[in-house]
Ligand binder design. Structure first.
Ligand code: URA
Length: 245
């Protein structure tokens, strides 16, 4: 299948799509021996030979990884200007340029999907595909049945209405309550803001599933590749054909 040249270059880890466009415009990219400067150029990654400044660019293998992000890591690649740890440290042994699909807050733990497959990433994040994100939230105070009912009906937040797809009490822990809450949208701090607006501050938050992908027993700070079965379910959930059969 043919893809835009800048997309091919970014997926091969050469540069971001924007920077790849710059390289093309600067005449630094050749396709089958010819310099191309047309940004609309498409290439077949299996057949065409692409060179950047004289070096042949190999298409990257697609990687699909899950990471159990521990507390106190920023969801970003590279280092942070304020010296806080980033998830880069946890995935430094992965040669492909995988990037996180969405974000977890600095102090949120749990399931993060990382991939170099931009199409899949876009669909996981797009509300149209309603991929559910399931969280365990330990909140201050005892959530009453009455409050739980109100939570199920949803509430107006400062940036619009929010209603979980599902919410249940897992158990009471001393003076606190452990809730399982599911949203398919990804507004910033949605779980903390939603529960906080009912007077229940979130003390600990962990994502345990994204659509059909479950965190399972993966230890904090560890990552693994998704297996074929998981990929088939994930691709199906967002209306794409799986990459492997
Ligand atoms: N909702 C939050 O409040 N924080 C997260 O990290 C994810 C969802």
């Amino acid at each position: 299948m043919k893809v835009r040249l800048n997309k091919f270059l970014s997926e091969a880890g050469v540069a971001s799509r924007r920077k790849a466009e710059k390289l093309i415009l600067e005449g630094k990219v050749k396709v089958n021996g010819e310099v191309v400067t047309n940004l609309a150029t498409k290439v077949d990654p299996q057949k065409d030979i692409v060179e950047v400044e004289g070096r042949v660019v190999k298409p990257q293998r697609k990687r699909y990884i899950i990471l159990n992000k521990p507390c106190c890591y920023l969801t970003q690649l590279g280092s942070s200007p304020d010296g806080r740890k980033t998830i880069q440290e946890l995935i430094k042994d992965i040669p492909e340029r995988v990037f996180p699909v969405g974000r977890l807050d600095y102090n949120t733990e749990g399931l993060l999907i990382l991939t170099n497959d931009g199409d899949l990433a876009n669909r996981i994040l797009h509300p149209r595909y309603k991929l559910s994100k399931v969280y365990l939230a330990l909140v201050e105070g005892k959530v009453s049945m009455n409050t739980l009912k109100k939570m199920r009906k949803g509430i107006e937040l400062e940036d619009g209405f929010a209603k979980p797809d599902d919410i249940r009490i897992v158990r009471y822990e001393g003076k606190d309550t452990l809730l399982e809450i599911t949203f398919h949208e990804g507004r910033k701090h949605i779980v903390k803001r939603f529960l906080g607006s009912f007077g229940h501050k979130v003390k600990r938050l962990k994502r345990i599933a994204i659509g059909p992908i479950k965190l399972g027993k993966l230890s904090p700070g560890k990552w693994r590749d998704l297996n074929k079965g998981e990929l088939a379910l994930l691709f199906k959930a967002v209306g794409l054909k799986p990459p492997y059969r």
